[in-house]
Write a protein that binds this ligand. Structure first.
Ligand SMILES: Nc1ncnc2c1ncn2[C@@H]1O[C@H](COP(=O)(O)OP(=O)(O)OP(=O)(O)O)[C@@H](O)[C@H]1O
Length: 455
């Protein structure tokens, strides 16, 4: 039987609920101390809380304080506050603090039963969803349900357990390393090491010895023989991030390694066989670099048997909210701050912002919002997004373009808010369905048409 905690100092009401709510195992408390003790003992999914409690039952101070304590101890509990007819203001304050619903006295069993039933249903649904999310994130670390990400995930599933070389293309912070790790995790090499190296962050003269290792005395400071990243990755996967920044002489050495599958350490003569799979990533336009002879064509073809484009966050519509929710849950757990969700204005701001730093930027914004927030729902102001600048340097000053960009963005946002239902999208935008169809065609929003959920 589901457990319900009733916090009320009126013994008459306690009795009424005990005999009236037979579908639940009802436990009682009459003040803060007993309420918290019962909460810890029974961990009820739903609580009813009378706001007027001792020491001063004539106002809501103690009730609101208990509410805050309950939500910080068990953040997913649904608290229904009960208050006198004349004190709607306190009830609204409680909702702002994170109460699930409020109920004005006198208590009528049929009404409170419906509210309770809905609260239990919701809490069970939320727990199921969290469990599903956890299972899903164990299965894959790539969070997202946009068309582009689903397609990319399918490709990962197909190529992970092969030796095909994969080149990941995408802006900084789009998740290239996450994809590379997933390729490794889903391959037969999963038990072996995953070694990542960023070719752009290591000075040119050190990159060779970092990758290939060196023999003692190979250069000043080489006091002992040291294996490089390639050797460390033996039996596993080597992730070469920012491969476009690899200097040309090293590209030649890399190509030789990929053809012969043996390395020579810097200053060494011995050929050492190494068995690795190489996954590369870059934000650069490699074909253009090839055309300008800044990147070797033969190496490019060897590294990019499959090219996987990872789109920027702003083109992944509802993924932004999905990822935001994921980061919110994990940071509120990690930082022990009971954030219950995103307020509507925060969702709107997240969808409007252009995310030049992609998922890494989103992650940072949510983390600081969780730290800064002093209410249960994160608001737009907690996110501190600079919406006026459009989030990036590519500002458009042509009036027609500005209007068209704004229109197609508004359509996408409305579509997300309308849960992918076109009739509702049209309603939200204040236009007819045919007009919406015409605009979708005009702006080439074909993904919206194909994702339409007819309810
Ligand atoms: N689909 C995703 N689901 C969950 N977290 C993600 C996803 N994509 C990226 N992240 C997170 O976003 C951050 C940036 O991702 P990552 O380092 O993989 O990006 P990147 O494209 O390799 O960036 P850079 O090119 O700057 O190295 C990481 O903390 C990562 O865990």
């Amino acid at each position: 039987m589901e457990k319900l905690l009733v916090i009320d100092d009126d013994l008459g009401i306690q009795k009424q609920l005990k005999w009236g709510l037979t579908d639940y195992e009802t436990v009682f408390a009459q003040d803060r101390q007993s309420a918290i003790a019962q909460l810890r003992l029974h961990e009820p999914k739903v609580v009813t809380l009378d706001l007027g409690l001792p020491p001063d039952a004539s106002n809501a101070t103690e009730g609101l304080a208990i509410l805050e304590q309950i939500l910080s101890l068990l953040p997913d509990t649904k608290v229904i506050v009960v208050t006198g007819n004349s004190d709607q203001e306190s009830a609204l304050k409680a909702i702002a603090l994170g109460a699930y619903d409020y109920y004005l006295k006198p208590i009528e069993l049929p009404t409170i039963s419906v509210i309770l039933e809905r609260a239990f249903y919701l809490v069970n649904l939320e727990r199921e969803l969290t469990a599903l999310e956890q299972r899903h994130s164990q299965d894959s670390d790539i969070i997202g349900s946009s068309e582009a990400i689903l397609k990319a995930r399918q490709i990962v599933d197909k190529v992970a357990d092969t030796e095909i070389s994969v080149l990941l293309l995408g802006q900084s912070g789009t998740g290239k390393e996450v994809f590379a790790r997933t390729l490794h995790k889903k391959s037969a090499r999963a038990e072996g090491p995953f070694i990542a190296i960023n070719c752009a962050s290591i000075p040119e003269n050190l990159l060779e010895s970092e990758l290939f290792g060196y023999e003692k005395g190979a250069f000043t400071g080489a006091v002992k023989t040291t294996a490089g990243k390639i050797e460390h990755a033996d039996g596993g996967t080597l992730f070469l991030d920012e491969i476009g920044d690899m200097p040309l002489p090293l590209q030649a050495k890399m190509l030789r390694f990929l053809q012969e599958r043996t390395i020579e350490r810097v200053g060494g003569r011995k050929e050492i066989p190494v068995d690795i799979r190489v996954v590369c990533a870059t934000h650069r336009d490699i074909p253009e670099m090839v055309a300008n002879e800044a990147f070797r064509e033969d190496l490019y073809y060897r590294l990019s048997e499959i090219t996987l484009k990872i789109p920027p966050l702003k083109d992944r519509d509802k993924d932004t909210l999905l990822l935001a929710k994921h980061f919110l849950n994990s940071y509120s757990r990690q930082l022990n701050k009971p954030c219950r969700g995103l307020a509507d204005d925060a969702k709107q701001a997240l969808l409007e912002y252009a995310w030049p730093g992609n998922i890494r930027e989103l992650q940072n914004k949510i983390k600081s919002a969780v730290v800064m927030a002093d209410k249960p729902f994160i608001g737009a102001d907690d996110l501190m997004l600079n919406l006026s600048g459009g989030g990036g340097p590519a500002e458009v000053f042509n009036l027609r373009q500005v209007r068209e960009t704004a229109e197609s963005n508004a359509i996408r946002r409305a579509f997300v808010q309308a849960d992918s239902n076109l009739s509702r999208t049209a309603e939200l935008l204040g236009i007819t369905r045919p007009t919406l169809y015409a605009l979708i065609d005009k702006y080439g929003l074909s993904d919206i048409k194909s994702n339409n959920q007819v309810n």
